[in-house]
Design a binder for this molecule. Structure first.
Ligand code: FAD
Length: 238
């Protein structure tokens, strides 16, 4: 029996800029027949764009049974960035079957969500899904208040030097009383520091948080994507 993950060919039906650094792509077509959502609100797919063999990971912002919505950050340079910045409507892409990680324990009384622009699609979908009181901290370069209007959000501007301050933000958080859940995603080095803080200073059990490196700050093109599955398997995250 093959253990290879299923892949799907999809057509880019539309491309809509949502902000200076975020583009919404809606994928569809008969190649998505058989695609099934996990229902986990931070679920992601691998995306391979035309002319490339390497995949990059993107959150399933929405899946309506026929169309798959991905919100793609357009940063300076990158395989997907450069493709998504151009006129990609009509292109055929390959996506992998979805996987998710968010696992809020039953009985959690509150939820805290923290992340950068790459995490915003997952934060938005999680916030739409859960019913417990939710606080959000988002470090973004543009005004994204229409993207995430309902929840209680602290919008943190992008620091001028481009270096994320999310590790400092998390170490200064005032935590609610009782048991809850903490979910966070962003640049990998910041996420490592935050995991240490949660384990050592806050002494949280691993079931109380989920901290994912979504991308790695390196000069030039990344040799390969930050692998969310390997982060779990190698124990670099809980
Ligand atoms: C589970 C998961 C879910 C994700 N969901 C989303 C999502 O919904 N939307 C989304 O846009 N991204 C998401 N990401 C992050 C995305 O996969 C990475 O940002 C990816 O590196 C982008 O690929 P690229 O081809 O544009 O750039 P790459 O070729 O991978 O990298 C090129 C250069 O750009 C830099 N770089 C990469 N990402 C960023 C960034 N965000 N900001 C600034 N510099 C960057 C790298 O350091 C490198 O120097 C997710 C990642 C994971 C693991």
């Amino acid at each position: 029996m093959s253990t290879k993950a299923a892949t799907f060919e999809a057509e880019v039906l539309s491309r809509t800029p949502l902000a200076a650094h975020l583009v919404r792509l809606v994928l569809g077509g008969s190649g998505l027949a058989g695609f099934t959502s996990t229902g986990i609100p931070d679920e992601w797919v691998g995306l391979v764009v035309p002319g490339q063999f390497q995949s990059r990971y993107y959150t399933v912002r929405a899946w309506d049974g026929e169309r798959l919505t991905l919100d793609v950050v357009v940063h300076d340079v990158g395989l997907v960035t450069e493709w998504a910045a151009g006129q990609c409507v009509g292109d055929t892409v390959t996506i992998t079957e979805p996987k998710g990680s968010f696992a809020m324990p039953e009985g959690a009384a509150w939820l805290m969500l923290v992340g950068d622009l790459t995490a915003l699609p997952a934060i938005a979908r999680i916030a739409e899904t859960v019913e417990v009181p939710t606080r959000i901290w988002a470090e973004v370069p543009d005004d994204m208040s229409t993207y995430l209007p309902a929840a209680e959000v602290d919008w943190l501007g992008q620091p001028g030097d481009g270096e994320s301050r999310l590790a400092d933000v998390v170490s200064d958080l005032v935590w609610p009383q009782g048991d809850g859940y903490f979910w966070m995603a962003g640049e990998s080095a910041q996420m490592r520091a935050i995991r240490k803080h949660l384990m050592r200073e806050r002494q949280l059990p691993s079931t109380a948080y989920d901290v994912m490196g979504y991308w790695r700050a390196v000069a030039g093109r990344q040799p390969r994507a930050v692998d969310p599955v390997r982060q779990t398997e190698t124990g670099t995250r809980p």
